[in-house]
Design a protein around this ligand. Structure first.
Ligand code: PBG
Length: 339
């Protein structure tokens, strides 16, 4: 017979609520935390604006002039955000997206300005994609039959990568979902001596209805959709294949996007990834919380914080969010209250 004593649990002795008794205890046993440094602020800069323009579909988000961009960037950096992701909206668009790699294109001018003014005090990133620059609004150039031409697009991305690196970007955010884009960009960067420029691959980017407000933010010209290059919402396993390819091609960081509807993909990708993994809380996710709060349906601030800790719990190392500055300031305030 087994002579070990049997410790019978008294009825009700297992009480998980015990660890939830006080705010201090909850803080102590918290499994995940938000830090300002984990938050990356996406920003829009539009050519020939004379003053910043608010976006109706994203309350609180602006299309910036170069001046207001710099001011907002300084504010974000002072709040301690981890970095800035820039999107440019050119005055003139064409089939090839020529302004994307023009040294004086709006995005490259903005990068140069921020790098000159902010130096190494933050991490400056650029969206590397053609959709803001093409007259048809697709992420690549078109073949004669109107389809998006993968390999011709890679040449454009390579040129864009060199222009952005030369303008001072620390990290390039490859969001176009063309096959082979990481290898093409890495090769172009190395061939021009930009060995230290980091490649962030939007490894698993899904064709999503939640990009809606972003289309207003970049004055998108797109008719139709991106389903021949962005992933289908039904496919999780395919995201891991994309991730594996991007890492093999030299991605330094990978990303899953959108965020909230794809937390399972994020968790699987985080478990599989040998490199840092980020998430993008996209425009539609932002808009849902802002408008639900405006309607009095939810409490805005706790909803924002809950949405962000969800990304951390799912395994994201950092999150792109339009609330980055506000949340960083909030977190700083809380730390100050306690000390
Ligand atoms: C492509 C790009 C998009 C977003 C970021 N990069 C739009 C798209 O793929 O349609 C969306 C970001 C957001 O919705 O907040 N340049």
């Amino acid at each position: 017979m087994d002579s070990r004593p049997v410790y019978q649990l008294a009825d009700g002795a297992t009480r998980p609520r015990r660890l939830r008794t006080t705010p201090a205890l909850r803080r102590l046993v918290s499994e995940n935390r938000l830090h300002a440094a984990d938050l990356i602020l996406p920003m829009f800069v539009k050519e020939s604006l004379t003053r910043p323009a608010p976006l109706t579909s994203m309350p609180g988000v602006l299309q910036h002039t170069l001046d207001s961009l710099l001011a907002a960037a300084r504010e974000a950096v002072a709040a301690g955000v981890g970095g800035l992701m820039l999107f440019g909206i050119p005055e003139v668009r064409d089939e090839q997206g020529s302004q994307a790699d023009a040294p004086d294109g709006i995005l490259n001018r903005a990068l140069r300005l921020l790098r000159d003014e902010l130096g190494e005090s933050t991490v400056i990133m650029a969206d590397l994609c053609l959709d803001e620059f093409t007259s048809h609004g697709h992420c690549g150039v078109l073949a004669d039959d109107g389809s998006v031409d993968n390999d011709a697009t890679l040449d454009r991305y390579a040129a864009m990568a060199v222009a952005q690196a030369e303008a001072g970007a620390h990290i390039l955010g490859l969001s176009g979902m063309m096959d082979g884009q990481v290898a093409a960009v890495r090769h172009a960067l190395d061939a021009t001596g930009h060995h230290d420029v980091v490649v962030l691959a939007y490894a698993a980017k899904f064709a999503s209805a939640f990009y809606g407000p972003f289309r207003e933010a970049v004055d998108s010209q797109l008719v139709g959709d991106r389903r021949t290059y962005q992933q289908d919402a039904a496919n999780g396993r395919e995201a891991l294949r994309e991730l594996e390819l991007d890492v093999a091609e030299g991605a330094d960081i990978v990303m899953v996007k959108p965020g909230m509807p794809y937390l399972d993909v994020l968790a699987d990708a985080a478990a599989a990834s040998p490199v840092p993994i980020w998430a993008y809380q996209i425009s539609g996710e932002y808009a849902m919380i802002e408008f639900a709060a405006q309607a009095g349906a939810i409490d805005r601030e706790p909803a924002i914080l809950e949405s962000l800790i969800g990304f951390k719990r799912a395994g994201a190392d950092a999150v792109l969010t339009y609330w980055a500055t506000e949340v960083a300031q909030l977190l700083n305030g809380r730390d100050a209250e306690r000390s």
